[in-house]
Design a binder for this molecule. Structure first.
Ligand code: FES
Length: 127
């Protein structure tokens, strides 16, 4: 599964928004650090967080068990599974927020924004 990723910090720095339709196109033109915008592969049975780590990236996490939201990502394209026992509230899940520590791709391609834990909406969830 191919993943294109973008660091929320770049969105913040450049004054972009998660809702921008051309977010990843803007990112491609911004000459960002390879750790802030790029691509990685998720192997079968690998969570998104594990794939990022195997690829040498230090994405945020803490509990690794679906209980803290430090590892939250925002789905721009594609789908990431989420087990039942997680702390992501329904309304955030519906908007496309997922946990990378126990999120497994269920689409062939993904576009995700990682490091979204600093968003106000997620603030209450961070333990
Ligand atoms: Fe805590 Fe993913 S690291 S929910």
């Amino acid at each position: 599964v191919r993943v294109e990723f973008l660091d929320y910090e770049a969105i913040d720095d450049y004054g972009w928004s998660l809702d921008d339709d051309d977010l990843f196109r803007k990112a491609s033109h911004a000459d960002l650090d390879p750790a802030a915008h790029g691509r990685l592969l998720v192997h079968p049975d690998e969570s998104l967080l594990e794939a990022a780590e195997r690829s040498g990236f230090g994405w945020p996490f803490s509990c690794r068990g679906g209980a803290c939201a430090n590892c939250a990502v925002f789905l721009v394209e594609g789908e990431l599974s989420q087990p039942a026992d997680h702390i992501m509230p329904e309304e955030l899940a519906e908007r496309g927020f997922r946990l990378s520590c126990n999120g497994y791709p269920v689409s062939d391609e993904l576009k995700v924004v990682f490091n979204v834990k600093q968003l106000a909406e997620l603030d209450d969830l961070i333990l």
